[in-house]
Write a protein that binds this ligand. Structure first.
Ligand SMILES: [Zn+2]
Length: 171
């Protein structure tokens, strides 16, 4: 009987460990290999200044996850990255009263067998009675994207959310 209980608890503990790992991995952004089809978005806001940072598996954006190996891959890489760069302001929309301080930056982060596109932008919000909302249109754009894990950090709270559809969120 005791053995049965021990087994049961071990199983529960094991499931919890998996759950905790699933919950914390995205927070360690970049330390772990990503899951294909998943994106990570981190938004920090301390009035009036904010920053969002988006990580996407490179295969979503450019079609593969290594540096280009031949001329046609190089062409595809350049074209897709340029298109992504130009589309970006339609993919993530911050409120009109939150002006971007600079153009977003795009960098490529490679780990052993993966590559990620990381986009970051700082912004500055004027006082307004309108909702401070960030709108995402990733899912209609990237057909292979299943989920975006979102972390929103303000001086008062840290919120974690998951998006599976084009969504908007207050910050
Ligand atoms: Zn990968």
């Amino acid at each position: 009987m005791a053995d049965l209980w021990a087994m049961k608890y071990r199983k529960i503990f094991f499931l919890m460990a998996i759950f905790l790992q699933m919950e914390t991995t995205p927070l360690l952004l970049g330390k772990e290999a990503h899951i294909h089809g998943e994106g990570y978005l981190r938004l920090t806001y301390h009035h009036p200044e904010g920053e969002w940072s988006l990580r996407l598996p490179a295969d979503l954006v450019v079609g593969f996850e290594h540096t280009p190996r031949n001329a046609s891959q190089k062409k595809q890489w350049d074209e897709r990255l340029r298109a992504f760069d130009m589309d970006l302001e339609n993919l993530i929309k911050i409120p009109p009263f939150c002006g971007a301080k600079d153009k977003h930056s795009i960098e490529l982060v490679t780990t052993q067998s993966h590559a990620e596109i990381v986009v970051t932008q700082k912004f500055n919000c004027k006082d307004s009675n309108d909702r401070r909302t960030i709108k995402f249109h990733f899912f209609s754009h990237f057909k292979k994207l299943n989920k975006v894990l979102v972390t929103i950090v303000t001086p008062n709270s840290t919120k974690n959310e998951q998006f599976r559809y084009d969504s908007e969120i207050d910050f």
